[in-house]
Design a protein around this ligand. Sequence first.
Ligand SMILES: Cc1ncc(COP(=O)(O)O)c(C=O)c1O
Length: 398
Amino acid sequence: MNNTQVPFLDLIAPHVELEDELVESFRTALRCAQFIGGSALGNFEKNFAAYHDVAECVGAASGTDALLLALLAGGVKPGETVLTTSNTFIATAEAISQAGAMPEFIDIDEETCNLSPAKLRTYLESCSRDASGRSVSCRTGSPITAVLPVHLYGQMADMDAIEEIAAEFGLQVYEDACQAHGAEYFSRRLNRWRKAGSVGRAAAFSFYPGKNLGACGEGGAVTTQDAELAVRARMLRDHGQSRKYYHELVGFNGRLDAIQAGILDIKLKHLPEWTRLRCEAAARYDANFKNSPQVVTPVVPAWAKPVYHLYVVRVQERDEVQAKLGAAGIGTGIHYPVPIHLQNAYSSLGYCAGDLPVTERCVPELLSLPMFPQITEEQQNKVVEATVQATDAVLSRP
Ligand SMILES: Cc1ncc(COP(=O)(O)O)c(C=O)c1O
């Protein structure tokens, strides 16, 4: 028997709401048989770029491909080391590996779970330099050429501080904005708000169905201010060709198909409203958990405007709390159960438990509560009541 009272995510409601428009766009694609490239792709790329205050958007087959395209088009080379975080979806590290580089993990900030600029600086200061002045990783023995912060859960990393350190140590900055469509931060340096995807040399977004802007299938995009980088990304996603069958680069098939682009363009118009609803839902959770200190709600620095792809709390005995919530019909998620540095896939990097103490302290306590634009106040009240009960029960155990 399905006793779901509150799902973790409702992917049906937004599609039912837009069904006529979405079907119409599918019909248009069928009737002109323009499945790859064409005006649907071009229009979406233009509109997505405008939404993120960037000059260029290059549609991609997935967020993972977008990350790979960003790194390759930006010039990350085989044998280099790229710094990132470990409490993220594995695709962040996979893209670095697929570019032929090596990921190395910097510990996170305990409050935001994003890359810690302080840890980044300390680490880089501890590294030796090669003949051309580049920092050399003690772990991989190779030059550190880039840093790839992740705007985790839809909240931007401290990009002012990261950019400053990157400039000092000669690193390129890329953004994993796969969870951060429309997120912003206030740059104290520039005295203005900046959007995710507009800060680094290039950024990657995912349109996986459950994302804030999701396709009805797979999709992703690279954003950049650099027109030449965008030209390379466009070639690389299309077998490196500049025109049909003339291949300038060794690329791959990483294209966003036209049907998904058409669907995404329709949904993009609703993104500001969906984001507003997510923020309202987050504010209700924050207020309702205020008197329950055993549920640690997300910390949002004054300079950040998150878009709440996920609403992640910290609780003791997380797995038990999650089981109790499941029994009460509340869907939850864990993002992510095992940090990448301790995944078997990356055992060759030689990390051990204890290497990233803050990450390892946070990971077992993180619990993602139901979060989607259509969530109702009544559903949230149930989530809050069940979470408080579950955490009280766990804490009051002798
Ligand atoms: C932080 C992060 N990076 C990368 C990706 C990869 O995106 P995709 O699943 O579209 O390949 C995701 C998506 O889950 C993600 O959350």
